[in-house]
Design a protein. Structure first.
Ligand SMILES: Cc1ncc(COP(=O)(O)O)c(C=O)c1O
Length: 461
């Protein structure tokens, strides 16, 4: 069904149930409570290796986009595999460094970098833990060096980085994020490479910017960055963008600017069970021949996958609280909702949902909505939040459910926990990392008191 996450017998005499690696999802949920994000370490490692192998001919620096899912313990698994990190805030930067990833492998993106965030990315002081902070292996923060690359989104940002770098006496290196005006054919909220989007710099403005920052100052522009949106189903938009960028590289060369780095971003589609996007190998088959000539000219390729590394490795487990028969359909009300996994509400995204231990042994072989079983009920799977957009799935046919049953929401590893929120004062879920028969808590469930403690700490006047 999915690598390392499927329905199997937990023991020879038991019926088939959802297993994450060698751990029974029911047992994990009983021990850690729900809602709960569970990740398979082996699935993560496999997808990272698969990505690297697909693009090996152009030997990219693969910087995991930790906005997809940024738990420190997940990042450490990837850092140990040699991954760099793509970060978009000061907080993400400090997580990435604590994961053990060297600063030289961190790319700092984001349209709104603040002055303190830029200073932290350049100087040896941890913006959360201070100058005494120690890295994963006890190394002092003071010697950590500047971030490998800034992905720069505007002329104003170039000036700001240059000014801060000069005042600190540190050299900064940057890629200009180009807006190539290419349609990635994603949901309109996740398209980033069109001219109407806030991201990147118009092609026509890029040469002048390079000319301006070629001499003097502490910021050196050494490359180009492009990210078109997410998730992208086919290689076509990337091929279009690489062609546009290739022309730009030639134009820049004719004005005396040598491009050393091309970062082609993330966004590679993943099969959630609805519209099968191209496999990562197909993206590579289409893109490697376009990137190889650039590589041969000495241009270093950087990629920023997030979803394609972590999406299928994560499952959201939620306990059914009520089953309510409405006038036109049933509502299965669980303890997870839009506050736990916002993608269905925000992007009308599809996630396959199925009981962890379905009655009658109705275990699915794939993630398709239409499962070939009799006796299913039609229902919406919803949460406790006071919004009509609070749903995880709508109009689904599921095996009969009762309060107390455990539901699994599949392919929830990316943009699940990282986008979860406290709306309606619901604490954020716990996270566990499964490796074979071992299951480790990697983030305790947020306690309700944490939501109000900072307000209680402020004196009434
Ligand atoms: C600049 C940039 N790089 C990489 C990514 C990661 O995209 P994905 O998780 O779809 O691979 C994003 C996601 O929005 C992004 O904005």
């Amino acid at each position: 069904m999915l690598p390392f996450i499927d329905y199997r017998q937990a023991s020879p005499d038991s019926s088939r149930t959802l297993m994450i690696d060698a751990c029974d999802a029911e047992a994990i949920a009983r021990e850690h409570g729900t809602p709960l994000y569970a990740y398979s370490r082996r699935a993560m490692v496999a997808s990272f290796r698969r990505f690297e192998a697909a693009f090996a001919p152009v030997a990219p620096l693969v910087c995991y986009a930790l906005k997809a899912s940024g738990n420190l313990h997940l990042l450490r698994v990837l850092a140990d595999l040699g991954a760099g990190m793509d970060v978009v805030s000061g907080g993400e930067l400090e997580r990435a460094w604590l994961s053990g990833s060297p600063m030289s492998k961190i790319v700092f993106a984001g349209v709104g970098k603040s002055e303190p965030e830029i200073a932290a990315a350049l100087s040896g002081s941890h913006s959360l833990l201070g100058a005494d902070a120690k890295g994963r292996r006890g190394e002092p923060v003071t010697g950590r060096g500047p971030v490998g690359l800034f992905n720069i989104e505007s002329a104003g940002e170039c000036e700001r980085i240059d000014r801060i770098a000069s005042s600190l006496g540190i050299d900064a290196r940057g890629c200009i994020r180009v807006n190539p005006d290419v349609d990635a054919h994603t949901h309109r909220y996740t398209t980033t490479g069109r001219s109407e989007n806030k991201f990147g710099i118009a092609l026509s403005e890029v040469p002048a910017l390079f000319a301006r920052f070629r001499n003097g100052g502490r910021l050196r522009l050494i490359g180009l960055h492009v990210h078109l949106g997410s998730p992208i189903a086919t290689p076509g938009p990337y091929a279009e963008a690489v062609a546009v960028i290739g022309d730009l590289i030639d134009r820049l060369a004719s004005q005396g600017t040598t491009i050393e780095v091309l970062n082609i971003g993330g966004g590679y589609g993943v099969d959630y069970g609805q519209d099968a996007p191209a496999a990562i190998e197909s993206f590579a088959t289409a893109l490697v021949p376009l990137l190889a000539p650039l590589k041969a000219r000495g241009i270093r390729i950087v990629m920023e996958p997030g979803r394609s590394i972590i999406c299928q490795a994560g499952v959201l487990l939620t306990r059914v609280q009520y089953v309510k028969q409405g006038r036109t359909k049933a509502f299965v009300i669980g303890d997870a909702g839009m506050h736990t996994l916002i993608r269905p509400a925000l992007y009308e995204a599809y996630h396959f949902v199925w009981p962890a231990t379905p009655r009658g042994g109705l275990t699915p072989g794939d993630l398709r909505e239409d499962q070939p079983f009799d006796g299913l009920i039609t229902c919406d799977v919803v949460g406790p939040v006071c919004e009509s957009s609070d749903f995880l799935a709508q109009g689904r046919r599921l095996p009969p459910l009762e309060p107390g049953d455990l539901l699994a929401v599949f392919c929830a590893g990316a943009y699940g926990m990282s986008m979860s929120m406290n709306y309606n004062d619901h604490p954020r879920p716990a996270e566990v990392l499964v490796d074979g028969s071992a299951c480790r808590l990697i983030r305790p469930r947020q306690r309700a008191i944490e939501l109000i403690a900072s307000e209680l700490s402020v004196e009434e006047r």
